[in-house]
Design a protein around this ligand. Structure first.
Ligand code: FAD
Length: 325
């Protein structure tokens, strides 16, 4: 059965987020040979339409309006509802990001549909579109199908591979005029708490620090290691509570959920609430002084030692490797 699937692109700092490219791949699977329609909302986003097409969209609809310069639930809901009213899709996919988590339930309510959130895989099995999602803090996985109505899902970053970029692809780009009105919130200024850099939820390498890092100064060595990998720094709640770093870096049950290729946990004990945010990392390395620390139970590689001795050694060796590349 072929379907028309809308893929909502997420734009940050003028660029399309990687998870949106992954959502296009998911949309392609769901469409089963049907049409994948990219959607871009913002103040000036149409220059990103070609990128959506190169990554799998058959055509793109843009909704541009000064009131969409910064994300608001009201504004983006109105813009996307205008697109769904025009297109009447069979499916919608977007990233399970802060924005996706905020927007998708509201849209689902407006559309009277169900919603499968935080999917890590989508496949066609026995004629059904089957979504896989983690449950019980990643300890188990469930497979879900939607038996009636719109196939609406959000996907977890870093789990579904984007399609190969094909710049020879072409497609129509339509600008839709949606009436954006009565916004209850106006964002006047966005003040970033953390420095610019690789987004934690999309990073392929994360160097995370816990209370064992002992100070904000102690995080500097983790930043250096992360930078060499082109990765990001994360933290346990212990480190955030101790004011060693900002809460935006917190990984875990009440923080961010991450799925990098490599997770290096430094001075983190491995409490269940922390594991909830990182246990699906592809390779986990734990550095901890305590050989009994629970983090070693989920680690692929464990180093029992003082992080302030081990991390500088890793940096030294990595620098040597990078010179040889
Ligand atoms: P600790 O448990 O104090 O561990 C520090 C570790 O560092 C120890 O294992 C120690 O051996 C090691 N260490 C010390 N010095 C060194 C050194 N020099 N070199 C190497 N190792 C060293 N936690 C989260 O992380 N994320 C969450 O989202 C989260 N949500 C929560 C939600 C709820 C409702 C509750 C109740 C708790 C939550 N927690 C969360 C807190 C969680 O239970 C732990 O308290 C927290 O993860 C501990 O952080 P930590 O591992 O950094 O600190």
């Amino acid at each position: 059965m072929t379907r028309k699937v809308l893929v909502i692109g997420e734009v940050r700092d003028g660029a399309l987020r990687k998870v949106s490219l992954e959502a296009l791949a998911a949309g392609k699977t769901i469409a089963e040979g049907g049409e994948v329609v990219g959607v871009l909302c913002g103040e000036s986003v149409s220059q990103l339409a070609d990128e959506m097409i190169a990554y799998g969209a058959d055509r793109v609809i843009t909704v541009e309006d000064g009131q969409l310069k910064n994300y608001t639930t009201d504004g983006f809901t109105q813009a996307i509802m205008a697109v769904t009213n025009q297109e009447n899709p069979d499916g919608i996919v977007m990233g399970y990001t802060a924005r996706g988590k905020d927007l998708s339930p509201r849209l689902a309510t407006k559309l009277g549909s169900g919603l499968i959130s935080d999917a890590i895989d989508v496949a066609i099995e026995d004629g059904n579109v089957v979504f896989t999602r983690p449950i019980y803090s990643g300890k188990a996985f469930e497979k879900k199908i939607i038996i009636d109505g719109l196939l609406f899902a959000t996907i977890r970053p870093n789990n579904i591979s984007a399609l190969e970029k094909d710049e020879s692809r072409s497609g129509n780009v339509q600008s839709l005029n949606a009436e954006i009105k009565d916004l209850r919130t106006v964002i006047k200024e966005i003040v970033r708490k953390t420095s610019e850099g690789v987004d934690l939820s999309e990073a392929q390498v994360i160097v995370a620090g816990g209370r064992g890092v002992k100070s904000a100064e102690g995080f500097k060595v983790l930043e250096e290691l992360a930078e060499l990998f082109g990765g990001a720094v994360g933290a346990s709640r212990g480190a955030c509570d101790a004011d060693y770093c900002d809460y935006s870096l917190q990984i875990g049950q009440t923080g961010k959920v991450v799925t990098p290729d490599l997770y290096i946990a430094c001075g983190i004990s491995g409490a269940i609430q922390h594991l909830a945010g990182m246990s699906n990392s592809k390779v986990t390395v734990a550095i901890n002084k305590d050989p009994e620390a629970p983090i070693f139970g989920v680690a692929d590689y464990g180093i029992v030692g003082d992080l302030f001795e081990v991390v500088p050694l890793l940096i030294k060796e990595l620098k040597k490797e990078l010179i040889n590349v």
